[in-house]
Structure formats: structure tokens, C-alpha cells
Design a protein around this ligand. Sequence first.
Ligand SMILES: O=C(CO)[C@@H](O)[C@H](O)COP(=O)(O)O
Length: 227
Amino acid sequence: MQQQGDVLIAPSILSADFGHLADEIQAVERGGADWIHVDVMDGRFVPNITFGPALVEAARRATELPLNLHLMIVEPERLIDDFAKAGADHLVIQAEPSATIHLHRVLSRIRDLGKSAGVALNPGSSLALIEEVLHLCDNIIVMTVNPGFGGQAFLPETLPKLSRLRHMCRERGLTPRITVDGGITTKTARAAVEAGADVLVAGSSIFATKDYGRAIRDIRASTLVSA
Ligand SMILES: O=C(CO)[C@@H](O)[C@H](O)COP(=O)(O)O
């Protein structure tokens, strides 16, 4: 059972107004965000193209909150040093071999850079992909939509994988953050937390509202079990 404050909320700036990015980041920070989630897309691993290191540098100047970078890119090894230098705190790479052949090496490199290392799993990807690198992960993102776009519907079939991941970590005495990403709203957050998530990435359910602080509070409150 979650207590108030246990769950971290990471607004995804993919749904922010790019014309006023610094203001948007500062508004969610004032609203109680714990991390800022930055979706890096290269038009290859996913169909969409978003942010590069220059934008991460700008985000870094706007906030002191941890920047959680989700690299939905092919060959992240080419860019992790640049993103680390730009001010990322967490670097999360995709676990699928179509992203990198060298999962173990890249995660180790991220830790050598002094950053928090993580992997993300697409809805169609098995936990088997990360079994051998679990000990190198500070953060694991279980994608609850297919990556590439904000505003998609939560896929409930991802919940059993989330529970199995939580169980696998517990069995091995590992305590990475377990993040869910995609379709998180006041209606879906609780099921994700009950299945084992402790970080909730939310884009449209925060940035499409007028009061970001209220949206963040409502999502957090929706995860609590009422007496
Ligand atoms: O990585 C992604 C999409 O690929 C997410 O981080 C989205 O940005 C989440 O947006 P919502 O589903 O919450 O609108």
C-alpha cells in the first residue's frame, strides 16, 4: 500500500508547449513534480524526432530537478557522453537489441559518467532482455504505450510484466526505481502503482490541463488506497 509521497511524478515535456519550455518546466516544478522526463527520439527507433543535447542544456538551466532522459534512439552509445555533459541526471536506454547490441557496456559507461543508468522495455519486449543487466539498473521504465507519441491509451496488458519485474528485483535484493510511462492518468496510476511502479511519467494528463499543480496532486492522490 502506498503512502503519500512514496510515488514520484515525472511530467513528460513531450506534451509541453515547446515555445515556452523553460516556463513549462518551472511551472511543473512549482506544481510539485519530482523529476522532469525528457523523451529523446531519433526518427529511427521510433517514428518521431524530438530533443538533442542543446535542448537538454536549456532544460538544465531551467530547473534543478533531476532530468530523466529516455533515449528512444538507435546506438545510444554515440550520444550518452553528450547528453551527460548537457546536464542529464538519469540516462535510460532501450533494452531491445535494435537499439544497442552492447547493453551491458552502455549501462556501465553511463555509471562511469556518474549518472543514474536505466533501461526501458517496450510493451512487446520481454523481461528476459534485462535479466543479465538488472544489477546495473538504477531505473527501469516499463512502457505502458508503444513509444513515440504522447496522448496514447494505457495498455493494461503491461501490468503483469510490471509485477513480475518488481518480484524479480525483490528476489535479487535489488531496488531500482520502477517507472511506468504512457497513458498515466488519475484512472490508470493506481493500477500501475499496485503492480509495482514507484515513478509515474505523465505528459498529456498534466500539460493538457490549466492547473499543473492540481493535475500532479490528483494523480498522486489517485494512487492512495482510501480507508
Ligand atoms: O515516451 C513517451 C511516449 O513515447 C511518453 O513519455 C509520453 O510523453 C507520455 O505521454 P502521455 O501518454 O502521458 O501523454
